[in-house]
Design a protein around this ligand. Structure first.
Ligand code: NAD
Ligand code: IPM
Ligand code: MN
Length: 371
């Protein structure tokens, strides 16, 4: 069995707590399924700042580059609210995405039927929900220059962020969305604000051209991003794949998270382009949620988004489809069995902490991998 190099970045807040549950699953897969994972760990975010004065060290950056897959739990927290902007915890995450060129962020929002009642929406609106947000991750206003606060002659200050998209950036994310749509319900809804933004108009034009030239079989629709947010909470099941820019994708995926019951349920995969020579792609897997400072250190965080992110890793980085499906089925099982962390707790269910939830997934997985 060839080695599969994983680089884990537990980060801050609840990050180390949910990473511990993932490590149990990785160890189990090595022991019981001969998966051959090797695990290295590094520092990112506030924990890296405390150790090295930066949000990720060059050494850890190099180890991330050399890994087959990076798994990052969460960064940030009030402890680092006043550190210099360039070394704030989030800068580590952004550097990983940018330097590894992880332009395609897949954020599936699936509502497990056992959790339909945990959503803030009526159960019938979310039951059976299965949408995929494809968020552009290395461009747009997150990285556009200039990005600064400048002093004006009149004593005022001016803050500038710049939304920039080049043709190739939109072409490649559109292609990812269309390709994934073909494996699902074959529908893509592109969201932008062409009514106020040049970059929105351009996004719309490029997505339409890529569609017409290469993916005419996929059903493409367009929606203004504000209306898209409204439609996501009005009738979310109308969507299959949503493709959108970096900032709209950030906001819309948090909205989508609540459809599934909790931010603690939403996984993501951040993928780079496939290297034609090796067929491999750089990848990082991260739950959509943050470091949840309000519940950190209490052992009550939901580890399921982290575990589901690893299922995406098995699928996209290692083509371990059977294992990915077994892990996802194990998550569905524990929810059916009534295990609930506080964020998804419902009447008549069994309230558990982070470790107990991880153990329950492990037990469910054991029955599947043995079967
Ligand atoms: P958050 O996602 O950390 O928390 C929002 C709410 O959801 C909180 O009430 C929290 O308790 C709850 N929550 C989140 N994950 C949970 C889980 N696994 N189980 C149970 N409850 C969970 O967002 P925030 O409070 O806006 O941000 C806190 C910090 O996290 C900030 O510094 C932010 O920049 C950072 N952040 C990091 C990432 C990341 O590392 N990928 C993502 C988002 C936010
Ligand atoms: C996310 C987060 C990040 C983002 C932050 C922490 C930089 O909110 O992954 O959704 O804005 O992309
Ligand atoms: Mn976000």
């Amino acid at each position: 069995m060839s080695q599969r190099k994983l680089f884990l970045l537990p980060g801050d807040g609840i990050g180390p707590e949910i990473t511990a549950e993932l490590e149990k699953i990785i160890a189990f897969m090595n022991e019981k399924a001969g998966a051959g994972f090797t695990v290295e760990k590094g520092l990112v975010g506030g924990s890296a700042y405390d150790a090295h004065g930066v949000a990720i060290s060059d050494d850890d950056m190099a180890r991330a580059m050399a890994a087959d897959a990076v798994i990052l739990a969460a960064v940030g927290g009030p402890k680092w609210d006043n550190v210099p902007y360039d070394v704030r915890p989030e800068a580590g995450l952004l550097r990983l995405r940018k330097d590894m060129q992880l332009f395609a962020n897949l954020r599936p929002a699936i509502c497990y039927s056992a959790l339909a009642a945990s959503s803030s929406l009526k159960p019938e609106l979310v039951e059976g929900l299965d949408i995929l947000i494809v968020r552009e991750l290395t461009g747009g206003v997150y990285f556009g220059e200039p990005k600064e606060i400048i002093d004006l002659d009149n004593g005022q200050q001016r803050a500038i962020d710049t939304q920039v998209y080049d043709t190739y950036e939109i072409e490649r994310i559109a292609a990812v969305a269309f390709e994934l749509a073909r494996t699902r319900d074959n529908r893509v809804c592109s969201m932008e604000k062409r009514n106020v933004m040049k970059s929105g108009l351009f996004w719309n034009q490029v997505v339409t051209r890529v569609h017409d030239e290469k993916f005419p079989d996929v059903k493409l629709s367009h929606m203004l991003a504000d209306a898209g947010g409204m439609q996501l909470v009005r009738a979310p099941k109308q969507f299959d794949v949503i493709v959108t820019d970096n900032l709209f994708g950030d906001m819309l995926s948090d909205v989508a998270a609540m459809l599934t019951g909790s931010l603690g349920m939403l996984p993501s995969a951040s993928l780079g382009a496939e290297d034609p020579a090796t067929g491999k792609r750089k990848a990082m897997y991260e739950p959509v949620h943050g470091s949840a400072p309000d519940i950190a250190g209490q052992g009550i965080a939901n580890p399921l988004a982290m575990i589901a992110s690893f299922a995406m890793c098995l699928r996209y980085s290692f083509n371990m489809i059977a294992e990915a499906e077994a892990l996802e089925a194990a998550i569905a099982d524990v929810l059916e069995q009534g295990y609930r962390t506080g964020d998804i707790m419902a009447e008549g269910c069994r309230k558990v902490g982070t470790a107990e939830m991880g153990d329950a997934v492990l037990a469910a997985l054991a029955t599947k991998l043995a079967a």
